[in-house]
Design a protein around this ligand. Structure first.
Ligand code: MIC
Ligand code: SF4
Length: 640
């Protein structure tokens, strides 16, 4: 049978389950990655599982999200992460080295391997032909302990690329075109697999831009074949021996297909406040812009930053805006410095920030009130920039640099200069000196794990009964993101290792009274619309509500990673059988849910209104067992 690339990699890693779309399958995981903002929880959970060393082929702990070190808390997190990595056999990437996804593709991602990461943009490594998926920290902890990762066997959407990108149009515009067509829910249940003659024209980092932001479609992951481009990239990284050719079989049958003629694409922008709200830049041209952000894990490869530098070289940014740059990695910076592009950026007036996530996650560079900010990042959810009414647009490096020059939204094709042609070296500056490789197994027992007062112990949760009752604590609309549920940014990120503290900010932007109300009511329910929990993989969006007493979340539909996180922390994820029942529930209503052993539908009685409704779920028998035990960690404990 002619197989897709996705099917081949899954088959090679299948531990349990039939490969039938929608069926739960368990996969062996070769590699894991974490970042600091989700990593502390992941490693606390790994420690609680109690295995002496990681059991993966490779696990890497990156520090890139919170590097502000505004006080001891953030520094304590970093110290804990470094020591726990050494103790348990994990490679540690020091702050300053770069953004996890860019670094992983440079130094560790391998074609044909499985990777899970406690960050939703882990699919970046799909640009290298890895089957790379975002997951909650608990799932990553379990994978590090050698347990398989469970997913619903995905359908595969074949995206055929033909032609070649025109001048001034780049990989970001390809993924924006995908989002324009299928929006932020269109990828749910699918792997987006790219094929066709246009694939050859894209470098590994171009492909990584596409697979990175594919996350915004809700897909399980995105993947490109491993070919000559992949071989060249690995060779330039001194990793030629890790190359294997990989692609779908000729005539492979996809569950759905679409074709993108690269030659027909134009510069695009995702408009506020959704990555799926895409329009041509030409329609926005002339709008005043107050800030430009270049970088992030989506667009800070050497190609991207050289392109921006070539556009800005010898000029000055418009006086009405400011421009910030967070480079993706030290390797990229090292090349920019050597070839003069770094100077070009600095001389033009670009503010060079750290090699880290920075403004993308609201760690500084928040726009001014009501400002228009044009960014090469992947998310423009309301308030994520740190400024609630900022209008964030997501664009390519070409559009961002053109806009930086003129001060107004600018289609780069109208700049009137020749399109920059940047070349990528045959050999990259490889320097692994900011990776700390762990001590040998025989030395591990001597390593002390260093905890500061900000590393609070994990909360413990009890098994759950057959009936859940309580009030509706909050009712929300469609497309609620995990940034709504558990915001990030400079104020809240330092609390990621401290659940009692961070839980005070749950739903801060939606309803700041939520935490106090939930605690006063002794817990209850959240009611929501479609695509609840889209975006970030942060398990704090499940863990902190659980801490506040949330027992079940009842919505029209869920995003994949958040659904898994709810199960991991013992919050029952339920969906309305009849979406009209959503309208019949009001905040404050007193509900009773008969959940039994969660093998069947759930009966809801609204005791305030005297109405009844049927609730569905997609939980496997194992999910049900985990939920009833109070979550994944208590469940694992009962097994050991
Ligand atoms: C994001 O882009 O939203 C983040 C911050 O990288 C998150 C992880 C987190 O919340 O720590 C993600 O994408 O999973
Ligand atoms: Fe960091 Fe932004 Fe990428 Fe998330 S999307 S990993 S915050 S750069």
């Amino acid at each position: 049978m002619a197989d897709t690339l996705t099917a081949k990699i899954i088959r090679n890693h299948l531990v349990e389950g039939d490969p039938v779309v929608g069926n739960e399958v368990a996969l062996r995981i070769d590699q894991t990655l974490t970042q600091d903002a989700t990593g502390t929880m992941a490693y606390l959970q790994f420690e609680a599982i109690g295995v002496p060393r990681v059991r993966t082929e490779l696990s890497v702990s990156y520090v890139d999200h919170n590097t502000l070190q505004g006080d001891f808390r953030n520094a304590d997190d970093h110290r804990y992460l470094q020591s726990v990595a050494n103790r348990f056999g994990i490679v540690f990437s020091r702050p300053g080295n770069g953004i996890c996804h860019q670094l992983h593709i440079e130094r560790f991602a391998r074609p044909g391997r499985t990777l899970i990461g406690s960050d939703s943009h882990t699919p970046t490594a799909g640009g290298m032909g890895s089957l790379a998926m975002g997951a909650g920290g608990m799932d990553v902890a379990a994978a590090m302990a050698g347990m398989p990762f469970r997913i619903k066997y995905p359908a595969v959407m074949g995206i055929e690329l033909t032609g070649a990108l025109p001048d001034w149009v780049s990989a970001k515009d390809v993924i924006l075109e995908v989002l324009r067509r299928i929006d932020v829910k269109g990828g749910v249940g699918f792997v987006l697999e790219y094929f066709g003659p246009g694939v050859d024209t894209l470098s590994v980092t171009d492909r990584a831009t596409i697979t990175n932001m594919g996350t915004e479609t809700g897909c399980t992951t995105s993947i490109f074949p491993s070919d000559e481009q992949t071989r060249r990239f690995l060779q330039a990284e001194n990793r030629a021996d890790q190359w294997v050719p990989l692609s779908a079989d000729p005539g492979a049958v996809y569950d759905r297909t679409m074709t993108i003629h690269l030659s027909d694409l134009v510069p695009l922008a995702a408009c506020p406040h959704s990555p799926g709200n895409v329009r041509p830049v030409s329609e926005l041209a002339g709008m005043a812009v107050q800030q430009v952000g270049i970088g992030s894990c989506t667009n800070s490869s050497l190609r991207d930053l050289r392109t921006a530098a070539e556009i800005l070289k010898g000029k000055t940014i418009a006086p009405t805006l400011h421009v910030v740059l967070n480079p993706g990695s030290r390797q990229v910076v090292s090349h920019l410095v050597k070839d003069g592009h770094f100077n070009a950026l600095v001389d033009a007036g670009v503010r060079i920030l750290e090699n880290a996530c920075g403004a993308c996650i609201g760690m500084g560079a928040a726009p001014s009130t009501g400002a228009v900010s044009v960014r090469t990042y992947n998310r423009n959810f309301e308030g994520r920039s740190g400024t609630r009414d900022a209008q964030v647009y997501l664009v390519s490096p070409e559009t961002a640099a053109a806009t930086a020059l003129t001060g107004v939204f600018t289609d780069p094709r109208t700049l009137g200069m020749p399109c920059p042609r940047v070349s990528i070296p045959a050999q990259f500056d490889v320097n692994d000196n900011l990776f700390i490789f762990p001590v040998a197994d025989s030395e591990a027992a001597r390593v002390e794990v260093l905890r500061g007062p900000n590393i609070a112990p994990l909360p413990r949760f009890a098994p759950i009964g057959n009936t859940l009752d309580g009030p509706v604590l909050l009712k929300v609309e469609d497309n609620i993101t995990t940034d709504h549920i558990m915001p990030a940014g400079a104020k809240i990120l330092p609390l990621r290792s401290n659940i009692p503290e961070i839980s005070k900010y749950v739903f801060e932007m939606v309803d700041p009274e939520f935490p106090a109300r939930a605690l006063a009511a002794g817990g209850g329910f959240i009611v929501g619309g479609d695509n609840y929990g889209q975006g970030s993989s942060r398990e704090h969006a499940a863990l902190a509500p659980k801490y506040l007493g949330v027992r079940a979340v009842i919505v029209k539909s869920f995003a994949r990673i958040h659904l898994a996180n709810l199960v991991n922390f013992g919050i029952v994820p339920l969906t309305f059988d009849n979406p009209a029942d959503y309208d019949a529930i009001a905040p404050g209503d007193d509900l009773e849910l008969i959940i039994g052993d969660l093998r069947e539908d759930v009966a809801l009685s609204n005791r305030t209104r005297g109405t009844k409704a049927l609730l569905k779920h997609t939980l496997s028998a194992l999910d049900a067992e985990i939920l009833k035990a109070g979550g994944r960690l208590p469940w694992i404990k009962t097994r050991l």
